[in-house]
Design a protein around this ligand. Structure first.
Ligand SMILES: [Zn+2]
Length: 291
């Protein structure tokens, strides 16, 4: 099947389904790609500042219909590669383990701990390939573009931090959060793993921008609130800060894209599988890498 080619994909997290496509750019096409790993989420091809960019909403097109453990990460990343994507700008709304980060704050994490349990985490099952370095964890080039985009808009953000990825869909227990804090976690969410690792396996640059949605369990003494999102771990008076930050995402992403377009792609991500290519274990066509 022939699709138009795009170089960049915006991978939207929670809240993505609230944005009409025109908040980012003009929609030209919506593509549905079937992969060896199943159906990928639909990808909208948008024209943003004269460039065609893809937009995929992880959790659903019209609402929060797919929780994190049930996102088909392999299908989504495979579909991105199929479209020719070289760079993925991801967003995610984690909770704060570090009490200095509060709801609505923007964070550019620089490390990731994978505590997921039931997710297919590699394209290279039973193949003897994929033994690849994971530092830097996220693409330094996209990180640079995010920094420039945020700074040019006058937005404050936290530089760096470790994102702990849990299985979900439930939130974490107090003891789990104490454990995560003990091993160096600053944020806890459910989506960046294995997504970031799968992108690296297919030599796609990937970096996330996070907005803090709530306090992780036990970080602040907060009463249980029945029947509301996060059941009290997002204090009512801080809810508007989260909404304000989320509402600015299209502007932040569009600005970041304009900086990214001017950056050379000279990061290690694009050569993650080079050792295997040099040894002749895999060919130039990435489709053949996947058994
Ligand atoms: Zn890169």
């Amino acid at each position: 099947m022939k699709h138009r080619k795009i170089k960049t994909l915006i991978l939207g997290g929670s809240g993505a389904y609230h944005f009409p496509a025109e908040r980012f750019g003009r929609e030209k096409e919506k593509v549905h790609i079937n992969t060896p790993f199943g159906q990928a989420a639909p990808i909208r091809i948008l024209e943003i500042d004269g460039r065609e960019v893809g937009f995929l909403s992880r959790h659903g097109e019209t609402g929060y219909n797919v929780t994190a453990p049930f996102v088909n990460y392999r299908a989504n990343i495979y579909a991105a590669k199929e479209l020719g994507v070289e760079r993925i700008l991801a967003w995610s709304g984690p909770g704060a383990i570090d009490p200095n980060r509060s709801p609505g704050d923007l964070v550019l994490p620089d490390d990731l701990i994978d505590l997921t349990r039931n997710r297919a985490s590699t394209f290279y099952t039973n193949q003897g390939i994929g033994f690849i370095r994971m530092s830097p964890v996220f693409c330094p080039g996209i990180g640079e573009a995010f920094r420039k985009g945020l700074s040019s808009l006058g937005r404050d953000f936290h530089e760096g931090g470790t994102y702990v990825c849990t299985e979900g869909p439930r939130l974490e227990t107090p003891a789990e959060i104490r454990f995560m804090k003990g091993i160096g976690g600053d944020l806890v969410g459910m989506t960046l793993a294995p997504e970031a690792f799968l992108a690296r396996e297919l030599e796609i640059c990937y970096a996330p921008l996070c907005y803090v949605t709530n306090y992780a369990e036990g970080v602040r003494p907060l009463a249980y609130q029945k029947g509301v999102l996060f059941e009290g771990t997002l204090p009512e008076e801080e809810r508007h800060k989260v909404e304000e930050t989320l509402a600015r995402f299209p502007e932040i992403v569009v600005r970041t894209l304009s900086h990214l377009a001017r950056l050379e792609r000279d990061c290690p991500c694009k050569d993650a599988m080079l050792r295997y290519r040099r040894r002749g274990e895999i060919g130039e066509d990435w489709h053949s890498w996947i058994g």
